[in-house]
Design a protein around this ligand. Structure first.
Ligand SMILES: O=P(O)(O)OC[C@H]1O[C@H](OP(=O)(O)OP(=O)(O)O)[C@H](O)[C@@H]1O
Ligand SMILES: O=C(O)c1cc(=O)[nH]c(=O)[nH]1
Length: 215
C-alpha cells in the first residue's frame, strides 16, 4: 500500500520495530521484532490507528462492527473506531477479556453485542491462535467474521508451506489485510543507511522461514 513505507518508518523511529535477537511465539530466533506495545504515547498511537483506518478504507471490506482480541487488540479497536468515526464511519466495537469476570456484568465480552459482519483488529499474526479464538467467539455470539487487519505481515510459514496469514485466509475464507509486510521492511532497510546493516540477517531469516525467496 502506498503508506506502508511511512508506517515502517514510524515503527522504526519509535523503536517498535527492533533489530537484534528475539524469540518469536513459534520459537524461531528472529533478527527483528515488532512490539506494538511500544506505540506508547498519544501522538504515535493515534498515527498507528490512522494507518489501520487507511488500510481498512483501501481494502474496502464490508463490515458492521470491529473486534479487538485481548490484550493488544483492546486499545487498537477503540483507537481505530475513533479514527473511523472522525472520518464519518461510526462503527460499534467490542473486545474480550482473557479471564472471565465472575461478578458485576460478568463474562468475557466487553462493548457492543457481537452482530453482523465483524472485522478483527490485531497487531500481528504469528501462528494464528489469537485469530482462531476470535473467530470462535464471534461465531459463538451468532455473528460472522468479516476479515482481519494487522499491522505487520511477517510473511513466514505457519504450520505448513503457506504463511500463517494465508492459512487464516484459507481456513476462514476471509481477507487478511496488513498495513505493511516483510517485503516493505526489507525495501526500507535497503534504502536506510543507518539500518542497512540489518538487511543480511533479515534476508537470511526470510530464506529460512519465509514463504518466498525473491532474492
Ligand atoms: O497468531 P498468534 O500465534 O496468536 O500470535 C499473535 C498474537 O500474539 C500476541 O498476543 P498475545 O496473546 O501473546 O498477548 P497480548 O496481546 O496480551 O500481548 C499478539 O498481540 C497477537 O494477538
Ligand atoms: O511471532 C511473534 O511472536 C511475534 C513477532 C513479532 O514481530 N511481534 C510480536 O508481537 N510477536
Amino acid at each position: 500500500m502506498d503508506f506502508s513505507r511511512d508506517f515502517i518508518a514510524l515503527a522504526c523511529a519509535k523503536g517498535v520495530l527492533r533489530f537484534g535477537s528475539f524469540v518469536t511465539k513459534a520459537g524461531r530466533n528472529s533478527p527483528y521484532f515488532f512490539n506494538a506495545g511500544l506505540f506508547d504515547d498519544g501522538a504515535s498511537f493515534r498515527e498507528l490507528c490512522g494507518f489501520y483506518a487507511r488500510a481498512l478504507r483501501a481494502a474496502d471490506v464490508p463490515c458492521d462492527m470491529l473486534f479487538g482480541p485481548a490484550y493488544k487488540g483492546i486499545p487498537l479497536v477503540a483507537g481505530v473506531a475513533i479514527r473511523l468515526a472522525e472520518d464519518g464511519v461510526n462503527l460499534p466495537f467490542a473486545f474480550n477479556r482473557k479471564e472471565a469476570k465472575d461478578h458485576g456484568e460478568g463474562g468475557t465480552l466487553v462493548g457492543a453485542p457481537l452482530d453482523g459482519r465483524v472485522l478483527i483488529l490485531d497487531d500481528v499474526i504469528s501462528a494464528g491462535t489469537s485469530v482462531r479464538e476470535s473467530v470462535e467467539l464471534i461465531r459463538a455470539g451468532g455473528a460472522v467474521p468479516a476479515g482481519v487487519v494487522i499491522a505487520l505481515d511477517r510473511m513466514e510459514r505457519g504450520k505448513g508451506a503457506q504463511s500463517a496469514v494465508e492459512e487464516v485466509r484459507a481456513s476462514f475464507d476471509i481477507p487478511v489485510i496488513a498495513v505493511a509486510t516483510l517485503d516493505d521492511l526489507i525495501a526500507y532497510l535497503g534504502d536506510s543507511p543507518e539500518l542497512a546493516a540489518n538487511l543480511d540477517a533479515v534476508q537470511a531469516y526470510r530464506d529460512t522461514y519465509g514463504i518466498c525467496s525473491p532474492r
